[in-house]
Design a protein around this ligand. Structure first.
Ligand code: ZN
Length: 263
């Protein structure tokens, strides 16, 4: 029984080659890079989890640690399959809900038999990346309902990423709570599923915002600071490893190696 599993959460935005005039090329990862990254992790023995699965596996190991080896917590068959003989876990997350995750990313994930999590800006379903356009970025289409449903049917977990993608520490607490709580409710009502996880837009959060996310009923939230999820992690400030347009294969391997070593 391995008691110290490693959980790495990867952060992506759009899948596809970045346009030459992109203001934020770092938001793009080419399909072939994405494919190679998944294959590398699979070949290195990583099991891919959604965030809800990550929490279940993490809680299992935490309980195990607390109760001692003679007193294993009970497990379901599904959980056993995620635990037996495994110690390395990866979770693919996509912030924003770009249509490219469906049109380019899904087939790569399906071909590799892996799942992931999409953090959707709930007020822009079927619309455009309005917050980025304001910052001078190209127009990018967002996922629509049909695409979201298809991805959920495939096994993608849907998370919330506010209604309009504001800086949550820069607006009133009332407004921030509404952005957070309403994005959960909107997605839940629209799709008839539970939304358990949240990602802070721009990774912008503080203690007050964290409290609001807890109050809204989420089980956890992702930030953009680099790190892995380890023992004693704050589930409302889950660290990730950001992958960008210029994360070539060597850099990718180095990022994974370093994050396990130093975080
Ligand atoms: Zn975002």
């Amino acid at each position: 029984m391995i008691q110290n599993p490693k959980f790495i959460i990867l952060l992506y935005h759009k899948i596809g080659k970045y346009p030459q005039n992109a203001k934020f090329p770092g938001l793009y990862v080419a399909e072939e890079d994405f494919d190679r990254q998944i294959k590398y992790l699979k070949n290195s023995g990583y099991t891919f989890l959604t965030l809800s699965e990550l929490k279940t596996v993490y809680d299992y190991y935490s309980g195990f640690g607390n109760t001692g080896s003679a007193d294993r917590p009970s497990t379901t068959e599904g959980l056993q399959n995620l635990i037996n003989g495994k110690s390395k876990y990866a979770t693919i997350t996509f912030d924003d809900g770009s249509k490219s995750v469906y049109s380019n990313g899904l087939k790569v994930m399906a071909a590799n038999g892996v799942k992931g999590v999409v953090f959707m800006v709930s007020g822009l379903i079927g619309g455009l990346n309005e917050w980025d356009i304001k910052n001078g970025e190209n127009r990018d289409e967002m996922l629509n309902i049909r695409e979201l449903k298809e991805m959920i049917n495939y096994g993608i977990e849907l998370g919330a990423h506010t209604k309009t993608h504001p800086h949550l520490t820069q607006i009133d607490a009332d407004k921030a709570f509404n952005e957070i709580a309403a994005s959960k409710k909107e997605l839940e009502n629209l799709l008839g599923i539970n939304i358990n996880f949240f990602a802070y837009p721009y990774g912008d959060f503080n203690e007050e915002v964290e409290t609001l996310v807890k109050k809204a009923g989420f089980l956890g939230a992702c930030i953009t600071k680099t790190g892995i999820v380890k023992k004693g992690a704050d589930f409302f400030a889950l660290r990730r490893v950001a992958i960008r347009h210029n994360t070539d294969f060597f850099k990718f391997k180095r990022k994974i190696f370093k994050v396990k070593l130093f975080y």
